[in-house]
Design a protein around this ligand. Structure first.
Ligand code: NAD
Ligand code: UGA
Length: 460
């Protein structure tokens, strides 16, 4: 089966870059990315793309208007496509049954109903979003019950890209995972999708599994990654009590090839739109299937992450003589990691919330995050706009943020923070000055020489 037209529902952090990569590697395939959010689509069609991702402009702009299209014409795109990727959000439910844990599948269901309504003839539906195991069964039921003229094969093809490195991850992924039905038609669909990826990814890196293994593997992959961060963060607290250095411990254990060096960077806590939501979902699923011990085990990974964030806010307040009321605190970085403008579940939101509630004024600088986004994130946690207007100062450089601050907290590991001239910063500041490094990116020796009191995660 030859694929010539692809449609992707959802033009977000996954749908946009993933489809841009397919379009750039397969010039003969027409790729249409559709979204109900007209503003987002307009941004995809403009000079300034809605998401910041190194290397993204270079793959989007040459293909756009040739074989890559962004539009709000969802129906038309579904009608003409052979393959429809579903790449809509699957956030944690905030209401009803399973609130605070289960994945909210309303966007998935909405997409499935829309496909059922308009599709004519055979279509391959690809679950790109991260979803609970056995969602494909629900998808199939919705599609089949609501469609008059369509026939469907549902595949699971979870995405493993990380934000900030999406383009590299997509062009040279560790693996592509495709789950499908064991039937002949199911396997034919699996091979049709594999042949698209096969244009640039070696066949041995394209894993074929059953639907349920593929769906579950995505949640488990994120849970294992998050678990490593919570494990090293638990040790960071022990290091602070014992004069051990967490980077040295991570290096020493990571050189055991069975453990490996990656994902052992102690931090103020993991953020992002996926780890916490996917762990919560795994906890929920484990409970649902009557496995409370399994649920408790993975819940502990989340609890450790919450504790790490609280521990950091508390450290700032305690160090500044147990009161930050009326004090200015510089915040370097608001995104959940470097090289992205995404702030979803960023540790910075929680640290700023805690400091603002303690009465501090926070002077925030992030190279890619707007004031509006900062306000949206803090309002979501229940803070009033009037209070935010009084206590947040948005800055356009690290130096401006640090000027006259009682302390500075580094909350994202942007490369430019490593280049800051501390002598210059120091000149404009009160004494004593405190630096709290939540990402271990600042050169501690140089900073201490200038006379800062220095606190870094996991340093004795
Ligand atoms: P996102 O919120 O950036 O994008 C989702 C988009 O879907 C939104 O623009 C929304 O308007 C659109 N949408 C919702 N319902 C729609 C409908 N019926 N028709 C058309 N458009 C619709 O989300 P994201 O970060 O791209 O994540 C998407 C999925 O991929 C999630 O399940 C997530 O867990 C998973 N994932 C994300 C990442 C990541 O790094 N962000 C990585 C791997 C997997
Ligand atoms: C993560 C996974 O890495 C991707 O494989 C997955 O596809 C994605 O989730 C998803 O499903 O959405 P992402 O959240 O974009 O990707 O970014 P990561 O690089 O994993 O970082 C997540 C958080 O962990 C960040 O806050 C980061 O600073 C933190 N982190 C990461 C650490 O604190 N220490 C580390 O060693 C690594």
């Amino acid at each position: 089966m030859k694929i010539s037209k692809i449609c992707c529902i959802g033009a977000g952090y996954v749908g946009g870059p993933t489809m841009a990569m397919i379009a750039s590697k397969c010039p003969d395939i027409q790729v249409r990315v559709v979204d109900i959010n007209a503003e987002r689509i307009a941004a995809w069609n403009s000079e300034e793309l809605p998401i910041f991702e190194p290397g993204l402009d270079e793959i989007v702009k040459p293909a756009r208007g040739k074989n890559l299209f962004f539009s709000t014409e969802v129906h038309e795109a579904i009608e003409t496509a052979d393959v429809i990727f579903v790449s809509v959000g699957t956030p944690t439910k905030t209401y009803g049954m399973g609130a605070g844990k289960a994945a909210d599948l309303c966007y998935i269901e909405g997409a499935a109903r829309m496909i059922a309504e308009v599709a004519k003839g055979p279509k391959i539906i690809v679950e790109k979003s991260t979803i609970p195991v056995r969602t494909a069964a629900a998808m199939k039921t919705i599609l089949e019950a609501n469609s008059k003229e369509g026939t469907f094969q549902v595949l699971s093809n979870p995405e493993f890209l990380a934000e900030g490195t999406a383009v590299d991850d997509l062009s040279d992924p560790d693996r592509i995972l495709i789950g499908g039905d064991p039937t002949e038609a199911g396997q034919e669909a699996v091979e049709a999708l594999a042949s698209v990826y096969g244009r640039w990814i070696p066949n041995e890196r394209i894993i074929r599994t059953n639907l349920w293994s593929s769906e579950l593997s995505k949640l488990v992959a994120n849970a294992f990654l998050a678990q490593r961060i919570s494990s090293i963060n638990s040790i960071s607290a022990l290091c602070e009590k014992t004069e051990a250095d967490v980077d040295e411990v991570a290096n020493a254990i990571g050189m055991d090839s069975r453990i490996g060096p990656k994902f052992l960077k102690a931090s103020v806590g993991f953020g992002g739109s996926c780890f916490q939501k996917d762990l919560l979902n795994l906890v929920y699923l484990s409970g649902h299937f009557g496995l409370p011990k399994v649920a408790d085990y993975w819940q502990a990974v989340i609890d450790m992450n919450e504790w790490q964030k609280e521990r950091f806010s508390t450290k700032i307040v305690q160090t500044l003589f147990n009161t930050v009321r009326g004090k200015r605190i510089g915040i370097w970085g608001f995104a959940f990691k470097k090289d992205t403008n995404d702030t979803r579940e960023s540790a910075a939101i929680y640290i700023c919330r805690d400091l603002i509630m303690e009465g501090a004024n926070v002077a925030i600088y992030d190279p890619k995050v707007s004031k509006e986004q900062v306000f949206i994130d803090l309002e979501y946690l229940g803070l009033e706009r009037a209070q935010l207007e009084k206590q947040i100062i948005m800055c356009s450089s690290c130096e401006e943020s640090a000027k006259n601050a009682h302390g500075v907290a580094v909350l994202t590991e942007w490369d430019e923070f490593r280049e800051v001239n501390f002598q210059k910063v120091y000149d404009g500041m009160f004494k004593p000055s405190f630096l709290f490094d939540g990402r271990n990116v600042i050169d501690a020796v140089a900073v201490r020489e200038i006379g800062f009191d220095f606190y870094a995660i996991g340093k004795g």
